[in-house]
Design a protein around this ligand. Structure first.
Ligand code: GTP
Length: 325
């Protein structure tokens, strides 16, 4: 598998207003941008990463200029959104051997090298990662025959229509021959391309561990909790914490100043953040350079970089603030 394509051109509307200022692939989860987390899962055989970008692609370019990777990264910008299929069609001349495609907003434990071996054994045109969920109504489900051959797809089924709990987990391994089954008119892989390949050429690869689509506030915070419990981050040395009560997991980055704050569980405090006395932060992320006044209560929320929150309660569905710069 020589090339990896990261689909990173969406608008990230569910994470607004955060994504008004940061494209979703650069949203930091427990301190590390999503796209960087995705890159860290690539197997050693990958020798080029292509980021199919669109919305705020200049920010993505700047990120990779400032953060060189071990393998070359090429950003290909779509001037209008091409959809998941159009984005690949746009890259077809560069994709001349087996390649992996990854959604730019998912964290998961897919063993990609094992998935590639499986893909080759099955001789598939495309192999789709599959994840089991209790309620598949928000996802695309598949029907399998002979254990792995995908015979049917359905996007966002109702409870009654849901013939399976296995959902498309958004990571694919593909052969260049996939382009024989596509054209410039295709927009969606899931709706237009995959359903035409359900005659034995499409296989499903199930895995265990974790899978979280981080595209909404609830899922972002769920991913943060999981990552903090796996990575066990802590308090950076040059963060200043006076009289704080910690309920782990919590992470506090450098330059943060917290006075008499009750923090956690699942609280991430970015670099340069100030939080005033008597405030409580629970199941939330306060992103870099934000300021929270005294006696505030922040729960189940993401506070944007540079935002200011004064004397208030922010809970549940809020993703607050405007960057000051
Ligand atoms: P919402 O607006 O909140 O639904 O988010 P989204 O459109 O950014 O993400 P969605 O979950 O719909 O898409 C899954 C992945 O595909 C994300 O990583 C997106 O960045 C990416 N994606 C979606 N549409 C396009 C597109 O037109 N071009 C490219 N290159 N990537 C896309």
């Amino acid at each position: 598998m020589a090339k990896a394509v990261i689909l990173a051109g969406g608008f990230g509307t569910r994470l607004r207003p955060l994504t008004n200022f940061i494209p979703k692939p650069l949203v930091p989860i427990s301190g590390t941008p999503l796209v960087q987390r995705i890159i860290s899962t690539l197997p050693p055989g990958v020798d080029e990463i292509i980021v199919a970008a669109g919305y705020r692609s200049h920010d993505i370019e700047a990120y990779f200029r400032e953060n060189p990777q071990d393998v070359p990264v090429r950003i290909v910008t779509e001037h209008k959104p091409l959809g998941t299929a159009g984005a690949l069609w746009n890259l077809r001349e560069r994709l001349d051997s087996t390649f992996v495609v990854l959604n730019g907003d998912v964290i998961n434990s897919i063993p990609l090298a094992e998935m590639e071996r499986f893909h080759r054994e099955k001789g598939a045109v495309a192999t789709i990662s599959l994840w089991e969920v209790e309620d598949p109504t928000a996802f695309g489900i598949v029907r399998l025959s002979d254990g792995s051959s995908i015979t049917e797809f359905r996007e966002k089924p109702t409870r009654e229509e849901a013939f399976s709990n296995l959902i498309n987990a958004g990571t694919y391994i593909m052969e260049p021959s996939i382009f024989d089954h596509m054209s410039h008119e295709n927009f969606s892989l899931e709706r237009e391309v995959f359903p035409g390949l359900t005659d034995g050429r499409l296989h499903g690869f199930s895995f265990s561990g974790y899978w979280i689509d981080c595209g909404s506030r609830e899922m972002f915070l769920k991913a943060q909790r999981l990552l903090m419990s796996m990575e066990i981050p802590g308090i950076e040395k040059n963060a200043r914490m006076d009289g704080c009560l910690l309920n782990r997991p919590v992470a506090v980055e450098s330059g943060a100043r917290l006075m008499g704050v009750r923090l956690g569980p699942n609280a991430y405090v970015g670099s340069g953040v100030h939080i005033g006395e008597g405030s409580v932060v629970e199941n939330s992320a306060i992103l870099s350079e934000a300021a929270v006044g005294r006696n505030c209560r922040i729960t189940n929320s993401i506070i944007c970089p540079g935002a200011v929150v004064l004397d208030s309660t922010v809970s549940d569905s809020q993703i607050l603030g405007e960057p000051s710069a």
